[in-house]
Design a protein around this ligand. Sequence first.
Ligand SMILES: [Ca+2]
Ligand SMILES: [Ca+2]
Ligand SMILES: [Ca+2]
Length: 235
Amino acid sequence: MTGETQGRGGPSGPPRPPPQCPTEIAIYGHLVPDVGLRQKRQDGGAWEDWHQGVGSQYVGAWFIGEMGHRYGFRMRGVDRAGNVEAYPGSAEAETHINYCSGDACESDNGPAQARQIAVGQSQAHNFCGVDDQDWVRFWARAGKRYVVQTGNLGWTGDTVLTLYDADGTTVLAENDDIAYPDNLASRVEWVARRDGWPHARVRHYDGRIAGNAVTYTLWLEEGYRAYLPLVLRKP
Ligand SMILES: [Ca+2]
Ligand SMILES: [Ca+2]
Ligand SMILES: [Ca+2]
């Protein structure tokens, strides 16, 4: 296997209690044989079978590991006659998954910890920790239209945005993808029926995916829909 790995965790941040969050890495290999047999091991431990009988049409695979651990990968091929080559004695590709550092808005994992955001503001977030949720709240005025949106997704970013009423439990609107599969960010438009403090929650589509590189930006805008009649006149 001509291996190459890419970690989804970024560099370690300042010293802090390390959250134990698994994250996802991509393992790329170019399979020459007809069938590939793969193994993996954690922290130099015993090899375990992983992705056995992989066809040569597959050049990569996703692997979800745990932060703070080192993973090694190796592969052997099987030709059409069934001849199996020996596994290499050592790992052909290795990666270490770093711990992540929570974004500046943490802890904001529930409606009671929601951070305030004002119209026209944006916040930079990441997902750090299993099933990280980022909550905000904003002052809404009756009759006004609000747009809550995520964007600037980091690699492997895929947000789900849910808008809640002031009680933090009643769902008002939800969006996963603005335009799947091209745009995995989220956008909710909503008209307030009364003055109040609606809440918005952002989570990753797959709560196991986390790391310093799993970033996004959250925006709040106040929007109006204007109808502009188009009048065409004959020349
Ligand atoms: Ca976060
Ligand atoms: Ca959070
Ligand atoms: Ca999404």
